[in-house]
Design a protein around this ligand. Structure first.
Ligand code: HEM
Length: 435
C-alpha cells in the first residue's frame, strides 16, 4: 500500500510468466477478455522478454497516460528490439527531447491535409494491382494488400520512380520485412536480443543491401534539380531543418525512411484485409458502400474504415515504461512497470460502443470517434504519425476495389484473429472470390 492507501499494482492472473507468455503469443485477445472480466478495467500481466504490464481500458486512465509527462512515460524503450532494423535515430526508439526533435521534422510532411495529394498516386497503384487479380476462384487478398501498401510507400514516401533501383529496392525490402512476420525468425531474434542480432552475418548482409540502395537514392535526390517541387516525403524531409538550421543527415534520413516502412506497410495492409473480411461477411453493408462510392460519396466509406479499426485493431495495445512512480486512477504504480492503454479492450466497452462485437459502421456516421475511446493509432505525443495517411490510403484502396469488383467470402465461417509478428491478421488472409 502507498501512503494514501492506493495499492501498488492492480491484480492479475496467478499463472507463471511462462504460461502467460504462451497464452499471450497465441491468444492475446482471449487473455485480455478473461482478465478484464475477472479483474476489471486495470490488471497486471507478465510476459517473457517484457516488463510487467499494467493494462488499462478506462478512458480516463488512458487520457492520463496520453497527456502525461513524456519524461516519465517512455515509449521508445519498449521498441528496442526493432533497433537493428530501424536504426538508433528511429522515431520509434527515441524518447524525450531527441524524440520530439525528430518528430517535429516529420510532422509537416505527414500533416492530414497533405495526404490528399497522394490520392491520385494511391488510386493508380491500387487500380493496376486490382486489375491483375483472378476472377471466380478463391484468392487471398492480404499478400496483395501488402504489395499495394509497399508500392505506395516506395512511391509516395521514398519517392522512388519506376526503374531498376525501384525493382531492386522492392525485392530487398520485401525480404527484410518478411523476417518480421516469420514466427521462427522472430523468436530467434527475440532470444538473441538487439545487440547480438546486429552481429549475425546474414542479417547484417540483408541490412547492408537495403542501406546501399537507400543511400544511393538519398544522394541522387539531394542533387535533384526539382527537389523543391517534389511532393514525396523523402524530398520534404530533405528540405526540413533542425532547430539550429542544419539539415537532416543521411543516417537520420535512412533511419526514418526504414521506420516509416516498418510502421506503415504491414499495419495498413492488415487493416485493409480486415475491412474486406468484415464487409464480405455483411453483404448489405458491402452493397451500401458500393452504391455510395459509385455515386461519388465517401461518408459511409470513412465510417467503414473507422469501424474496421475499432473492431479489428491491428495492434492490441501501446506501451509506456514508467521512469518514475505514477498515480493512475486509484493505482500508485512503481517506476519500471509498463503501462499499456489497451486498444482492444477500450474498443469493446459496451458503455461506449453498444453491441461492441458487431460490425456497425453506422455508429460513426453521426458521431466522430473519441480521442481516448478510439485509439487504433495510440495517442499523445507518440500518436501514430501515419494515421491520416493510413486512413486515407484505406479509403482510396477500398474505393478502387468496390467500384471495380464484386466480392464474396471464399469460406463459410468468418476468419479468426491470428497473430503475425505484432499484428493481428485474418486467419486465412482475407480469402474472397472476385467477380
Ligand atoms: C492502419 C495502419 C496503422 C496502424 C493501425 C498504426 C498504428 C500505430 C500505433 C498503435 C503506433 C504507436 C502509437 C503510440 O504509442 O501511442 C504507431 C506509431 C507510429 N506509426 Fe503507425 N500505424 C499505421 C500506419 C502507419 C503508417 C502508414 C505510417 C507511415 C507511413 C506509420 C508511422 C508510424 C510512426 C512513425 C510511428 C511512431 C510515432 C512516434 O513514436 O512518435 N504508421 N502506429
Amino acid at each position: 500500500m502507498s501512503q494514501n492507501g492506493a495499492t501498488a499494482l492492480p491484480p492479475g492472473p496467478r499463472m507463471s510468466r511462462a504460461v502467460q507468455t504462451a497464452i499471450w503469443s497465441r491468444q492475446a485477445q482471449w487473455l485480455l477478455r478473461q482478465c478484464r472480466a475477472r479483474f476489471g478495467d486495470a490488471f497486471t500481466i507478465r510476459i517473457a522478454y517484457e516488463d510487467t504490464w499494467v493494462m488499462l481500458s478506462d478512458p480516463e486512465a488512458i487520457k492520463q497516460v496520453f497527456t502525461g509527462n513524456p519524461e516519465v512515460l517512455h515509449a521508445g524503450e519498449a521498441n528496442r528490439i526493432l533497433g537493428p532494423v530501424v536504426g538508433s535515430n528511429s522515431l520509434l526508439l527515441l524518447d524525450e527531447a531527441a524524440h520530439l526533435e525528430q518528430r517535429k521534422l516529420l510532422l509537416p510532411p505527414f500533416h492530414g491535409k497533405r495526404m490528399m495529394r497522394y490520392g491520385e498516386l494511391m488510386a493508380e497503384i491500387a487500380g493496376a494491382e486490382i486489375e491483375r487479380w483472378p476472377l471466380g476462384d478463391p484468392y487471398r487478398l492480404r499478400p496483395r494488400m501488402q504489395a499495394i501498401t509497399l508500392e505506395i510507400i516506395l512511391r509516395a514516401v521514398f519517392g522512388v520512380e519506376e526503374g531498376e533501383r525501384h525493382d531492386e529496392l522492392k525485392r530487398e525490402l520485401r525480404s527484410l520485412l518478411d523476417m518480421g512476420t516469420d514466427p521462427r525468425r522472430v523468436i530467434f531474434l527475440l532470444a538473441l536480443g538487439p545487440e547480438r542480432v546486429r552481429r549475425v552475418g546474414s542479417f547484417r548482409r540483408d541490412i547492408e543491401r537495403v542501406d546501399r540502395l537507400i543511400y544511393e537514392e538519398i544522394r541522387d535526390r539531394r542533387r535533384a534539380s526539382d527537389l523543391d517541387k517534389r511532393e514525396d516525403i523523402l524530398s520534404l524531409m530533405l528540405q526540413a531543418k533542425h532547430e539550429d538550421g542544419s539539415p537532416m543527415t543521411d543516417l537520420e534520413l535512412r533511419d526514418q525512411l526504414v521506420t516509416l516502412l516498418v510502421a506503415g506497410h504491414e499495419t495498413t495492409a492488415t487493416a485493409l484485409s480486415w475491412a474486406i473480411e468484415r464487409l464480405t461477411r455483411h453483404p448489405e453493408k458491402l452493397d451500401r458502400l458500393t452504391d455510395e462510392v459509385r455515386a461519388g460519396e465517401d461518408r459511409y466509406l470513412k465510417a467503414v474504415v473507422i469501424e474496421t479499426l475499432r473492431l479489428r485493431p491491428v495492434i492490441v495495445l501501446v506501451a509506456r515504461r514508467l521512469t518514475e512512480p505514477m498515480e493512475i486512477g486509484r493505482w500508485s504504480l512503481p517506476a519500471g512497470v509498463t503501462v499499456a492503454p489497451c486498444i482492444y479492450l477500450v474498443h469493446r466497452r459496451p458503455d461506449i460502443y453498444p453491441e461492441p462485437d458487431r460490425f456497425l459502421p453506422e455508429r460513426f456516421l453521426e458521431k466522430p470517434p473519441g480521442t481516448y475511446t478510439w485509439i487504433p493509432f495510440g495517442g499523445g505525443v507518440r500518436r501514430c504519425l501515419g494515421g491520416p495517411f493510413a486512413q486515407y490510403e484505406m479509403e482510396v484502396v477500398l474505393r478502387e476495389l468496390v467500384s471495380r469488383r464484386r466480392l464474396r467470402p471464399a469460406r463459410q465461417r468468418p476468419e479468426r484473429v491470428f497473430r503475425r509478428g505484432i499484428t493481428e491478421t485474418p486467419r486465412h488472409n482475407a480469402e474472397v472470390v472476385l467477380a
